[in-house]
Ligand binder design. Structure first.
Ligand SMILES: *[C@@H]1O[C@H](CO)[C@@H](O)[C@H](O)[C@H]1NC(C)=O
Ligand SMILES: *[C@@H]1O[C@H](CO)[C@@H](O)[C@H](O)[C@H]1NC(C)=O
Ligand SMILES: *[C@@H]1O[C@H](CO)[C@@H](O)[C@H](O)[C@H]1NC(C)=O
Length: 269
């Protein structure tokens, strides 16, 4: 019985069952130090990890190592996603709802720890350290921007609350919802269809500005579709094995790592 519950939970958490490279698979400081921002930008929060580069190695400070937050100053603390600045000291981050939103004191307190605020408390983890639910989002402005790629769930404001809508295709979405789900969908010829590399995608929580040429998951097949900027400067399909040092990990939906020994982009196993 317990096993069934556990399996169901895993399926809900990660509907496409994507396995990403571990921090220990990353051999360059560039990939390691940017791992969280790469994940967050393209919304591929399938297996959240917090990698830091320490003495020439990439370490997961949630899973591999109990990082000593208490020795950090405020600025460094705010840059480490498993620590939180609270009561004038750096502490281990627990979960968003353990932190109070004190508008009068720290106007950005929830932002600093990568959470949204709900008016009284921090709620909803923007980088997925704990499971994200649309229902934890209190404001329309936040709700109508968020798409939970790893659950294929679109957040919709129903007039008074934020509710999640699980998608199996793009076809029923309005233009605005289609843009919100642009990690997997694109608005073309007056309808919402699944995206291609050429469509690109906006960075998490943005609906305008520069589009990322990110690799993505096909909404119908759950296949990873690899994209990169080609010679003409356009976003097109790619073969991840041909990616260079800088793009190997960031453009491969966390599936490939740069091997500095043979200078090749290889799949994490
Ligand atoms: C804010 O979050 C807390 C903790 O989850 C919850 O108890 C409270 O009802 C929420 N408030 C609003 C306005 O949603
Ligand atoms: C919106 O969703 C909330 C929570 O599910 C529900 O209580 C409320 O009745 C809904 N409001 C409308 C207008 O559908
Ligand atoms: C747009 O949709 C119409 C009607 O379905 C179709 O006739 C037309 O060929 C489509 N145009 C493009 C560029 O796909």
């Amino acid at each position: 019985m317990k096993l069934i519950i556990l399996l169901t939970f895993i399926l809900i958490v990660n509907s496409a069952d994507i396995k990403a490279c571990l921090c220990s698979n990353l051999y360059t400081e560039f990939d390691c130090s940017n791992a969280v921002s790469f994940q967050a930008a393209s919304q591929d929060l399938f297996d959240v990890k917090v990698c830091i580069w320490l003495e020439g190695q990439c370490i997961d400070i949630i899973k591999d190592f109990d990082f000593p937050c208490n020795v950090l100053d405020e600025d460094t603390c705010n840059n480490i996603p498993s620590c939180a600045w609270q009561n004038l000291q750096c502490q281990k981050f627990t979960k968003c709802s353990d932190y109070t939103y004190e508008k009068s004191i720290l106007s950005k307190s929830c932002d600093d720890i990568n959470c949204l605020d709900n008016g009284t408390q921090c709620a909803f983890d923007l980088i997925g350290r704990s499971e994200q639910y649309c229902e934890d989002i209190a404001f329309e402005e936040d709700c109508s921007r968020i798409y939970l790629l790893y659950k294929k769930t679109l957040c919709n404001w129903n007039g008074s609350a934020c509710v999640g809508q699980k998608l199996s295709s793009c076809s029923s979405l309005t233009e605005k919802q289609c843009l919100q789900a642009n990690a997997q969908c694109a608005w073309k010829n007056n309808s919402c269809v699944k995206r291609t590399c050429e469509d690109g995608q906006y960075s998490f929580y943005q609906s305008e500005g520069v589009k990322l040429c990110s690799s993505y998951l096909d909404i119908e097949t759950d296949q990873i579709m690899y994209c990169e900027i080609n010679e003409d400067g356009q976003c097109g399909t790619s073969n991840p094995e041909d990616l260079d040092r800088r793009n190997c990990y960031s453009q491969s939906f966390q599936q490939y790592y740069w091997n500095p020994d043979n200078e090749e982009c290889q799949m994490c196993s």
